[in-house]
Write a protein that binds this ligand. Sequence first.
Ligand code: WT7
Length: 635
Amino acid sequence: MSNYHIKHLEEYYQIYRKSIREPENFWEEIAEEHFLWRKKWNNVLSWDFSKPEIKWFEGAELNITENCLDRHLATRGDKTAILFEPNNPDETSEHISYRQLYERVNQMAHVLKNQGVKKGDRVCIYVPMIPELAVSILACARIGAIHSVVFAGFSSKALSTRINDSDCKLVITADGSYRGDKTIDLKGIVDEALNDCDSVKSVLVIKRIHSEITMKAGRDFWLQPLLDNAPKDGKAEIMKAEDPLFILYTSGSTGKPKGMVHTTAGYMVYTAYTFKNVFQYKENDVYWCTADIGWITGHSYIVYGPLCNGATTVMFEGVPSYPDFGRFWDIVQKYKITQFYTAPTAIRALAKQGTELIEQYDLSSLKVLGSVGEPINEEAWHWYNDNVGKRKSPIIDSWWQTETGGIMITPLPYVTPTKPTYATLPFIGVQPCIMDENGEELKGNQVDGRLCIKFPWPSIARTIWGNHQRYKDTYFSAYKNMYFTGDGALRDEVGYYRITGRVDDVIIVSGHNLGTAPIEDAINEHPAVSESAIVGFPHDIKGNALYGYVTLKESGESRDHTNLRKEINQIITEHVGPIAKLDKIQFTAGLPKTRSGKIMRRILRKIAEKDTSNLGDISTLLNPECVQDIIDEAL
Ligand code: WT7
């Protein structure tokens, strides 16, 4: 029996029990046998959730890129590491071998060094889904710079906030990006953002769409000529186990995004080990995760996890609807994809198209179907199972978070019997529990409450960049000595977990985590707006859509509402990004508030859901009279 590759349910239980009984021995064995270390650790784990402080493999030295690249050169040098499928299907795809990737990463690492980037410096990567994105990430890791990837669909304001929060020294971007039949002026967005960013000394620009852009002398450099002169070999910086590897921002309950910090050794071990087992990856498989590398899913399961295992990982630049809704299936057929990992929102959008397109393609290569990002509803689960998997590929409903770094609760394909809408069982080493609102653990099965994790796993985020107190307050203060996930969950009669959704002010729209506060802050910047409150309401494809309640200043009351709605969505697009646009905007005279002045979102949520039969006791509100008006005028 190999602890690294779990093949049967009994094996899962056996290894799981071991990982809980003796976590340090367990993880030490995994780390020892399957990775390349420059120096071994002195201590496997030290932790204290009350501080909170978590350290894995202390004393060890390594470079994650030696694990992703160098060690494969001898045996997999010519194997495809990254398979790039461009937005336009008529453009040729790119097969980048492990050797070529190694060379490109070294060249990029030299360019970064020549720009003065040193170990510990922060580099912002604002690049679309093209190979240079993965190359940039790995080049940072190679020289010990901390990468901060910002999803290249975010606005200039969202970009500058993130650059400033971690004082990035350099930005890597592209002239523009393709998105279906549209192009996006990325460099223009960067230029605007940099008006507010003093820390940035240089900008490296990748040529992708060959658009006319302005280059600021002394600051902006075309990347290709610099790469052409750089050597294809180079030494990797030796990193300590707990040196930060990257920062990735996630939105929270205040306006400021949280820069989650992931460190080197634990993150590597956990993402590699989960990748191997959750996707049951075998040497000649072709694995495709449709996420953008701008999110944690892409960091862990397009770049680091697959490359650490010497896998072939697909990077797709485009969108599922271009040139038509058959695109995903076309790619599956073309590359004989074996593992396909996507989000429920994509599944619902594709399901809406019917099955005609899907029937034109040969999907028989598929062995494993993954789902991530939000709860998958039963209808979408069955559509995925029947039409994509033809009822022979298990669906892996994997629950995890930016903060957890890797997959936490999930079936293992061909190992764990699946159940629609259930993420099923904890991954090896993960100790979930369900808590009630009074802080008591709900033991046994058939319980419903809030999901916490009792014990550290190797890839848990170690802090929030520049704000350890916020890290403690957000994740370790709701329940004593527990990591609180922010999700509700239930455990059924056999011990399977089902994630029921967020219990805080985060709304998941099309699989994207949106905090209500940053959106409200943006709306409130409109000169005609007095106050606003955002809630989610159910949407067929997006899962949730956003409903905004807006009160106007006197000066705004005479304004045309159609124009105002457009302007509000425009401000949101500028401040947060187009994903945060509101589907419905209701102008109202007042918002229901508690006596301490807190907006009662619970009531607004019910109204948005058109479920006003039981609003609870509203008599204690500061202004109960406004509730009926809001109901009468609801959209
Ligand atoms: C939140 C984390 C980590 C992957 C991308 C999202 C929700 C994620 C599932 C799932 C039900 C899920 C949770 C979680 N979520 N996967 N399989 N079933 N809910 O990362 O943006 O940090 O969002 O996404 O609410 O807390 P993220």
